[in-house]
Design a protein around this ligand. Structure first.
Ligand SMILES: [Zn+2]
Length: 425
């Protein structure tokens, strides 16, 4: 009996210590993996805009938050104008068929493109803009695609800007070479430019004299998306903690190819669901909001909308945590912190050192690169956590960011870092 009593006291003591320290429970990691796997599955078609994948994933999240026991779940609708590639997606280089998502993809704001085109390769070693334009005036290059490395074109914006505008040059459009495997860089085409821009890997286009292209685009006006906001009530209601993670991703590139986005950002999205479940089991000191936003890959549209229409005034946010791409294994954890969040940053560093979570935190310059930014720019204390440069990082915005290639190492230390922070801030 005495032994049993001792065990009970020890157990109670352990439970209290666990709560105070803010450490993940045994069920959290399997739960996390289940949600990452579901969100990365074919059912959600890369959580894009053209086939309703993002909205289907939003409905799934609503259910998951309810299952987790959240006190309230709110769907917050908003609309975007967006360019998508949901139809034909084919390309041949000197007769050889290229693979969408592997050899080529599209700039997000490109129009569709159909036909046979000569290719003009820019001489980047001895570049002379005047010479390029006089070459392009020759009849054999009328209606050509001008091919050049992306960063080179970026550095010579003036000349290459002219090649994108109607009426400036007789070229039909541009081919930009970039990394291999090819990235589908962004899906934020909120406009469509005059001439098509195709991303191709350097290997697929090297020495190629002509290409045939058959690519459809579809511009969606006022396309309806929604944020999913779960609330877990704490002991106090006068202020709150907020977690953000975007659940949308790049969606489709043509009819067959879709981008699973296991790391970007099924990882952060699944972490929010498990954090909500955790705080239902361990009631927090303050109200908690789990804000799963859509429209991130369309220029932070969902978080921007929420910041303009918050459920509770932004001044009442004690701290906001944005998790975007935490499915990786770099022992050094990247983060960005708003000016108002710097006082809390010292505590993050202390907790990280005491609990030996990551080798170090690496704080970078605050940028408009994810959903913390609309809050940081409005004076909300916040941190953005993204695990960069690990094994999953090369898959960023490629078709290889899949469940099969998912990495889970950074989930537990991120979880313990934020819950440890909330226990002490
Ligand atoms: Zn992301």
């Amino acid at each position: 009996m005495k032994t049993l009593k001792t065990i009970l006291i020890l157990c109670a003591g352990f439970a209290v210590a666990t709560f105070a320290a803010g450490r993940l429970d045994a069920q959290d990691l399997p739960h996390y993996k289940r949600v990452v796997k579901a969100l990365s599955s074919a059912r959600y078609q890369g959580r894009g805009y053209a086939r309703g994948g993002a909205n289907k994933a939003g409905k799934y999240l609503e259910k998951e938050y309810r299952k987790a026991g959240a006190d309230e779940v709110t769907l917050q609708p908003f609309t975007i104008d967006i360019n998508t590639f949901n139809g034909r997606m084919a390309m041949w280089a000197d007769g050889k068929k290229l693979k969408p998502g592997v050899d080529f993809s599209m700039r997000e704001y490109s129009p569709g493109v159909h036909g046979e085109f000569p290719v003009y390769h820019v001489d980047t070693l001895n570049f002379d803009a005047d010479k390029m334009f006089s070459d392009l005036a020759r009849p054999e290059y009328a209606n050509c695609l001008v091919c050049c490395e992306f960063w080179f074109a970026y550095r010579h914006k003036e000349a290459f800007g002219r090649l994108q505008k109607a009426g400036e040059c007789t070229n039909a459009g541009l081919i930009q070479t970039w990394t291999s495997p090819i990235k589908f860089y962004k899906a934020y085409g909120e406009k469509v430019v005059d001439k098509p821009i195709i991303w191709v890997t350097p290997e697929a286009i090297e020495g190629v004299k002509s290409v045939r292209v058959d690519v459809d685009n579809e511009f969606l006006d006022d396309y309806a998306l929604f944020n999913v906001i779960a609330k877990v009530e704490g002991e106090r209601h006068d202020s709150c903690y907020v977690f953000t993670a975007h659940y949308d991703h790049l969606g489709n590139l043509g009819r067959r190819v879709w981008y699973a986005g296991a790391n970007d950002n099924a990882s952060g999205t699944a972490a929010l669901v498990t954090l909500a479940a955790y705080y239902v089991r361990h009631r927090p000191p303050y109200d908690m909001y789990f804000l799963s936003v859509s429209g991130e890959d369309a220029n932070l549209r969902g978080s921007e909308f929420y910041a303009n229409h918050p459920l509770v005034p932004l001044e009442r946010i004690r701290y906001l945590f944005n998790l975007d791409m935490i499915g990786d294994n770099n022992p050094v954890q990247y983060c960005e912190v708003s000016d108002e969040g710097l006082r809390g940053y010292a505590l993050f560093e202390r907790i990280n050192a005491e609990k030996q979570l990551f080798q170090a935190l690496n704080r970078g310059e605050l940028a408009a690169n994810s959903d913390h930014y609309p809050f940081a720019s409005r004076g909300v204390p916040c941190i953005f956590l993204e695990n960069q440069e690990g094994d999953a990082f090369p898959f960023y915005h490629t078709i290889y960011d899949t469940w099969k290639n998912a990495v889970f190492d950074s989930y537990e230390p991120v979880f313990n870092l934020v819950t440890g922070f909330i226990a002490r801030y």
